[in-house]
Design a protein around this ligand. Structure first.
Ligand code: ADP
Length: 396
């Protein structure tokens, strides 16, 4: 029996989950938060217990050293050689990486070079990879790309109608994100539908703090809402989603606090979306409470949020000539029944009918009525498991 670690390294965090493979049993999981800051938070969940410690973790290499020590200290492993594979989530794989890939020094360099497509994420992903390769040199290291699932999009969907040279010379196109999640929940939905994946048409809504919607036909992504970067598509917790680009120069000319294009992009990434409109929070639970208290800005933020998701569902129903199922997943998609109801209200003409009682039942998976032509599912996503499976498939 061998163990595989799924790793998701962010700029100041490192989330991990340890699996017994091929049984797919989660042995332990945890995370490091506030890496590089004072008072980092280190959490380990194991054997029904949770340990939380606060101390300074200056960088990713020390986080990994500490994690490997904890595996022995807590008797999670008797020897580190039990870990035979480590899978890393990598945000941007560009056009190069169409599937999960064994990490060689060349692949690591490519991941770093793709940082221009994900300036916050890829450098952090690379740091996580380097730290594990140094400390567990014999384990199979695999990169699992968020963009890989979307590399099946046809050119008519992934191209922007700009002069060709911007694609040919600068690779400006739609790449999408959350691919691992869209792939996993669409495969689970096909099982629930009792149909071969190849014969399904599914619209997957990954609605977390970041959010994207994908049209999955025959198990392949054929269009997705996020674009060149995760700023594209629907309104999110702090991101605007798409808007008329003429707003950029207009704001720079008129708002003295926005001096550069980067200032505008930062505002659209960090201060917009639910945060920008509600002026309360990016967290859907705070928006829910604001609406309950009659706060007009929270009400508008919620209405705009549902409106954007509804319109993307409409687009993808058109692109695929209907759908067998719509899937909701991630933090908001799995937990905010009022958001699901707001999005699916008034879609009966399309054959979509929500069962209000099932929708309000925590843990319910199928939430459409018996007669609904399009099934509606809530499927918890499990990107870590996909990563562990891909490592298993590529193990030496
Ligand atoms: P990400 O991975 O993009 O950070 P998640 O998928 O973990 O996001 O989703 C986080 C978001 O989910 C939070 O910002 C919050 O808005 C929402 N969320 C989490 N739990 C709940 C809940 N019980 N009810 C409503 N929304 C929730």
């Amino acid at each position: 029996m061998s163990k595989t670690l799924s790793v998701n390294a962010g700029s100041s965090s490192l989330k991990w989950q340890l699996y017994e493979m091929p049984e797919e049993k989660v042995i332990a999981k945890g995370m490091f938060e506030r890496i590089g800051l004072k008072d980092s938070i280190v959490t380990v969940k194991f054997d029904g217990k949770k340990e939380e410690q606060i101390f300074d973790v200056p960088n990713h290499v020390e986080a990994v050293e500490r994690l490997l020590e904890d595996f022995k200290r807590l008797h999670i492993l008797s020897d580190l050689t039990e870990i035979t594979g480590v899978g890393h989530r990598v945000v941007a794989g560009g056009e190069l990486f169409k599937t999960s890939t064994l990490i060689t020094p060349e692949v690591l360099e490519e991941i770093k070079a793709l940082s221009n497509l994900a300036p916050l994420h890829n450098p952090a992903n690379a740091q996580g990879i380097e730290a594990f390769m140094k400390l567990l040199p014999d384990a199979t290291a695999v990169a699992v790309f968020d963009t890989a699932f979307h590399t099946t999009m046809p050119e008519k969907a992934f191209r922007y109608p700009l002069p060709n040279k911007y694609y040919d010379e600068f690779q400006v196109r739609k790449y999408g994100a959350h691919g691992t999640s869209h792939m996993y929940v669409s495969q689970e939905a096909a099982k629930l539908l009792g149909k071969p994946l190849e014969a399904t048409k599914i619209i997957t809504c990954h609605i977390g703090n970041g959010a994207s919607i994908t049209a999955v036909a025959g198990g392949k992504s054929i269009d997705t809402s996020m674009g060149f970067t995760p700023l594209g598509g629907i309104m999110m917790g702090t991101r605007s989603g798409e808007l008329d680009p003429s707003v950029f120069p207009y704001l720079m000319a008129n708002d003295p606090t926005l001096k550069t294009a980067q200032d505008v992009v930062d505002m659209m990434n960090q201060k917009s979306g639910l945060t920008g409109i509600s002026e309360i929070s990016s967290d859907m639970r705070d928006i829910r409470d604001g609406r309950a208290n009659g706060n007009k800005k929270a009400i508008l933020a919620f209405e705009m949020y549902c409106d954007r998701i509804k319109k993307y569902i409409g687009q993808y129903l058109a692109v695929m000539n209907g759908a067998d199922a719509i899937v909701f997943t991630a933090g908001i998609g799995e937990n905010a029944e009022y958001m699901r109801a707001g999005v699916l209200e008034g879609l009966s003409w399309f054959g979509i009918e929500l069962d209000q009682e099932k929708n309000n039942t925590p843990g319910a998976i199928e939430i459409s009525t018996q007669n609904s032509r399009v099934k509606v599912f809530v499927i918890p996503t499990d990107e870590e498991l996909v990563i562990a499976r891909d490592v298993e498939a590529l193990k030496k």
